[in-house]
Design a protein around this ligand. Structure first.
Ligand code: COA
Length: 209
């Protein structure tokens, strides 16, 4: 397991990985009690640039530049539309108001595995939004894709993200160093995995709250 994570980190940033063609299927709009997850669009650019331009966000994800400009946000939306940022990039928005809160997505790792990634603007932390978004994203992945497992990674120091991962039923696999754009080099990360069998046994999510 450690070897696998080490190999991933040595291959460089995940964006450079080849993506299996059969995982490039549609990404439906996802609804939860308080959220709508949909494709990012141009109207998100200002809110995206504002919320992403925060070292407390950028230093916790692997590929976000810092500082983060309106041009970076426009480029992100353009690449998401072209499918150039990994498969299924979602804007996380509030169902009631449509307000943009952050992003999440999945990216193919191999024929049987996708990786989940996410961030929220700091004003929206600790209100259960990410756990809620992750649950509907994970449900969609296992219901619509012929894959066996979802991976997640977080920095060792990222208590909030580790808690989200745990609340979704992922299990610890190992730790290693992984490149971080905003940190300018490798950082210590922990690697977690949720397999289909575990998801089936948890999918009411009742036991995870
Ligand atoms: C990580 C992140 C997405 C979490 O989103 P969120 O909506 O705040 O997550 P939730 O509210 O669903 O859950 C957070 C949990 O962490 C806990 N938590 C957060 N900070 C904590 C801390 N310092 N100590 C202890 N617990 C903490 C919260 O109490 C909550 O747990 P609980 O529901 O058991 O009370 C958000 O903080 C974020 O975007 N951070 C920056 C980017 C990032 O880290 N992305 C993930 C990269 S792996």
């Amino acid at each position: 397991m450690q070897d696998e994570l080490l190999r991933q980190s040595q291959r460089g940033l995940p964006e450079e990985r080849p993506r299996p063609e059969r995982l490039r299927t549609d990404c439906p709009v996802l609804l939860s009690e308080r959220l709508v997850l949909r494709a990012p669009h141009e109207k998100d650019i200002d809110a995206l640039a504002h919320l992403a331009n925060n070292p407390n966000v950028a230093t916790m994800v692997s590929r976000m530049p810092h500082p983060y400009t309106v041009n970076d946000a426009a480029d992100f939306v353009r690449r998401a539309k072209q499918g150039g940022i990994g498969k299924c990039v979602y804007a996380i928005t509030k169902a009631e108001t449509g307000h943009f809160l952050g992003c999440c997505g999945i990216e193919p790792i191999d024929e049987q595995t996708v990786e989940i990634g996410y961030w929220l603007g700091e004003p929206h932390w600790n209100q259960g939004y990410m756990t809620e978004a992750a649950h509907v994203l994970i449900d969609m992945v296992f219901r619509t894709r012929d894959i066996e497992r979802i991976d997640a990674r977080c920095r060792v120091m990222n208590i909030g993200s580790r808690r989200v991962i745990q609340k979704c039923g992922f299990q610890f696999q190992g730790s290693a160093m992984f490149p971080s754009l905003a940190m300018g080099g490798p950082v210590a990360v922990e690697w977690f995995r949720l397999d289909r069998k575990t998801w089936i046994s948890l999918r009411s999510w009742g036991g995870m709250r």
